[in-house]
Design a protein around this ligand. Structure first.
Ligand code: FAD
Ligand code: SIN
Length: 526
C-alpha cells in the first residue's frame, strides 16, 4: 500500500497544472502523479491551434467569446460555466507565461492571435503550430522542480478504489515490474484524457483509450453527453487508419480553402461562414461531399497564401507535408475528418467534483457543461486550465475531511495465470474500431446503433469472463475500457432524439461502405 495525499491520474495539462498549484500550497503534503506512458505523452502535447482567450479588448470581448461558445454548443452549454471559463482565461494565461511558456507575438509586441472555426474574432493565443508541446514542456519542467511531487511514468491505473460512494484511491500496474500497487489517497483527480483510439482513425495519440471514463463508470460516477464526439474536419489523408496528423483549423483561419477534387469550394454551399463554420458543420459537409462523389478525401488549398508568413506560423505542418512530397506552396493537401475530441464525460460541478466523494475530474475526460453539443475550437486547453485551478482552490481552502487512515483497503486480487494472447486483443480492438467508425461515426442511425450495442455487450461479457482466468495487463484493460466507453457512446446516441451540434442521426440504415477510412453509411443523408 502506498499512501499519498493527492493522487493524480494523467500527466497532460489538466493533471500537471493542478499538481503544480497544490504542491505550492501544501509543501508538506505528498502528490503522486501516475501516468501510463512517458510523462509527456498526452493529447496536450499535440495541440496545435492554441488557447482561445480574450486578450485584445479593443476588437474582442468576453461577450463575443461567450456567444461563439454558446452558438457552437447548439443550445446545450451551461451558460454560467461558459461565462466563468471565458472570463477566467486571461488569469490562467498569465500563470502559464509566469511558469515559462512562450506564445507568439507580432511586431507591436502583442499576441499574434489566430482564428479558428466558429470564432467571430482572432483570439487564439499560440506557439507556432506546436502550442501543446510548449505547454506540456513548461508545466512538466515546473512539476519536476517540486520536491513534494512524485511522477510515476509507465504506471497504468486499473481501477478506482471506492467504498460507500467515496473514493479511497486507485490500483495501478507498474508496467516495468508488472506489480500492482494500491494507492491510498485523500483526494483523487482523474485527468486521463480522451478516447480517440476507440475509433482508430483519430488525431489522438495511442494513449487515448478512455480509461478515466471507464474507471469512473465502473465506480458508478455520473457520466453524460457521450454522444457528442467531435470529428476534426482536416486530418491529413494518407490512406491508412491509426493516428492521423492534424492540419490545424488555424490554417483555414489563415485563409486556406477547402476544395473537392474538381476544385469546387463546397463550403460556400453549406454555411455563410464558409471554411470557418464550426467544425461539426465542416465535418458533416465534407462527409456529404465524399458520399456524393465517392472520393476518398477533399483538399485544403493554401497555394494563394503568403508562404513566408505561413511557414513562420505553421512550420511543423509545412515540414510534415513536405516529408510526404506535398509542397504546400503548389500542392493541395488531402484531408478527411477524423475523431478528435469527446465533448461529454464524467460530470463535474463548478469545483470539478464528480458524483463520488473525494473524486475530481478535469480536462477531456470531464463534462463541465462548457461545450454542450460541440466544442468551440481551442476551448479545451482553456477549460482544463480553468478547472484545474477551480479544483485547486476548492481543495486549498476547504478544511476537508481526509481519509480515515484506519481504512482497510484490500490489494488487487491477482490471477496467477497466463496473459491473453496479444493477437486476440489486437484483433478484437481492430473490430471494435471498425464498429465504432461504421456504426457511431459522423452520421448515425438507430438500427446500426442497436446492433453495435448488442455486439459491445457480447464483447464486454467475453472479456469479463476471460479476465477472471487471465492475468491483467495494459492492453487487456485498455480494450475493456474502450468497450465500456463505446457502450456509453452508443447508448447515449440511442437515447438522443434530436440532432444537435456534432450529433447527427438519420432514420436510414447503413448499406454499402465505399470509403475504407471513413466507413460512413453511404446513403444516410440522401
Ligand atoms: P491529456 O493531455 O490527453 O492527458 C491525459 C493523460 O492521462 C496522459 O498523460 C495519459 O498517458 C494519461 N492516462 C490515460 N489513461 C491512463 C491510465 N489508465 N493510467 C495512467 N495514466 C493514464 N485543444 C485546444 O484547446 N487547442 C488546440 O489547439 C488543440 N489542438 C489539438 C490537436 C490535437 C492533435 C489533439 C489530439 C488535441 C487537440 N486539442 C486542442 C485538444 C486538447 O489538446 C486536449 O483536449 C487536452 O490537451 C486534454 O488534456 P488532458 O490533460 O485532459 O488530457
Ligand atoms: C486545431 O488546431 O485545429 C485543433 C484545435 C482544437 O482542437 O481546439
Amino acid at each position: 500500500m502506498t499512501l499519498t495525499n493527492y493522487l493524480i491520474i494523467g500527466s497532460g495539462v489538466a493533471g500537471l497544472t493542478f499538481a503544480i498549484k497544490i504542491a505550492d500550497q501544501f509543501p508538506d503534503r505528498k502528490i503522486t502523479i501516475i501516468t501510463k506512458a512517458s510523462a509527456d505523452e498526452s493529447n496536450t502535447k499535440y495541440a496545435q491551434g492554441g488557447i482561445a482567450i480574450v486578450t485584445n479588448e479593443t476588437e474582442d470581448s468576453y461577450q463575443k467569446h461567450i456567444d461563439d461558445t454558446l452558438i457552437c454548443g447548439d443550445g446545450l452549454c451551461d451558460v454560467a460555466v461558459v461565462k466563468m471559463v471565458v472570463t477566467e482565461g486571461p488569469e490562467r494565461l498569465k500563470e502559464l507565461i509566469a511558469w515559462g511558456a512562450k506564445f507568439d507575438t507580432n511586431a507591436m509586441g502583442c499576441f499574434d492571435l489566430g482564428k479558428e472555426g466558429g470564432h467571430s474574432q482572432n483570439r487564439v493565443v499560440h506557439h507556432k503550430d506546436q502550442t501543446g508541446f510548449e505547454i506540456e514542456r513548461t508545466i512538466l519542467e515546473q512539476v519536476r522542480q517540486k520536491e513534494n511531487i512524485i511522477v510515476l511514468d509507465h504506471h497504468f491505473a486499473l481501477d478506482l478504489i471506492t467504498e460507500n460512494n467515496r473514493c479511497l484511491g486507485a490500483y495501478a500496474l507498474n508496467q516495468k515490474t508488472n506489480k500492482i500497487i494500491t494507492f491510498q489517497s485523500d483526494f483523487t483527480l482523474l485527468a486521463a484524457g480522451g478516447i480517440g483510439h476507440l475509433y482508430g482513425h483519430t488525431t489522438n495519440p495511442v494513449i487515448a483509450t478512455g480509461d478515466g471514463i471507464a474507471m469512473a463508470s465502473r465506480a458508478n460516477a455520473v457520466i453524460k453527453d457521450m454522444e457528442f464526439i467531435q470529428f476534426h474536419p482536416t486530418a491529413l489523408y494518407e490512406g491508412s487508419s491509426g493516428s492521423a496528423f492534424l492540419i490545424s483549423e488555424a490554417v483555414r483561419g489563415f485563409g486556406a480553402y477547402l476544395r473537392t477534387k474538381n476544385g469546387q469550394r463546397f463550403m460556400l454551399d453549406y454555411d455563410e461562414r464558409e471554411e470557418l463554420a464550426s467544425r461539426d458543420i465542416v465535418s458533416q459537409s465534407i462527409d456529404m461531399e465524399l458520399k456524393k462523389s465517392g472520393d476518398e478525401c477533399v483538399y485544403l488549398d493554401c497555394t494563394h497564401l503568403d508562404m513566408e508568413a505561413f511557414t513562420k506560423h505553421f512550420p511543423m505542418i509545412y515540414e510534415r507535408c513536405k516529408s510526404i512530397g506535398i509542397d504546400i506552396a503548389k500542392d493541395w493537401i488531402p484531408v478527411v475528418p477524423a475523431q478528435h475530441y469527446l465533448c461529454g464525460g464524467i460530470v463535474v460541478d463548478k469545483d470539478g467534483k464528480t458524483s463520488i466523494e473525494n473524486l475530481f475530474a478535469c480536462g477531456e475526460c470531464s463534462r463541465t457543461g462548457l461545450h454542450g453539443a460541440n466544442r468551440l475550437a481551442s476551448n479545451s486547453l482553456l477549460e482544463a486550465l480553468v478547472y484545474s485551478d477551480k479544483i485547486y482552490r476548492y481543495l486549498a481552502k476547504a478544511s476537508l475531511k481526509k481519509q480515515d487512515s484506519k481504512n482497510i483497503i484490500s490489494d488487487w486480487t491477482a490471477v496467477n495465470q497466463p496473459e491473453i494472447s496479444s493477437d486476440f486483443i489486437t484483433n478484437m480492438k481492430a473490430e471494435l474500431q471498425l464498429l465504432m467508425r461504421k456504426n457511431a461515426g459522423i452520421v448515425r442511425n438507430d438500427t446500426d446503433l442497436i446492433s453495435a450495442k448488442t455486439q459491445l455487450l457480447l464483447w464486454q461479457n467475453e472479456l469479463e469472463a476471460l479476465s477472471k482466468t487471465h492475468q491483467i495487463n495494459t492492453k487487456l484493460r485498455e480494450l475493456q475500457n474502450m468497450i465500456t466507453v463505446g457502450y456509453l457512446i452508443v447508448q447515449h446516441s440511442i437515447e438522443r432524439t434530436d440532432n444537435r451540434g456534432g450529433f447527427m442521426k438519420t432514420i436510414v440504415a447503413t448499406k454499402a461502405i465505399t470509403n475504407p477510412l471513413l466507413d460512413y453509411p453511404e446513403e444516410a443523408l440522401f
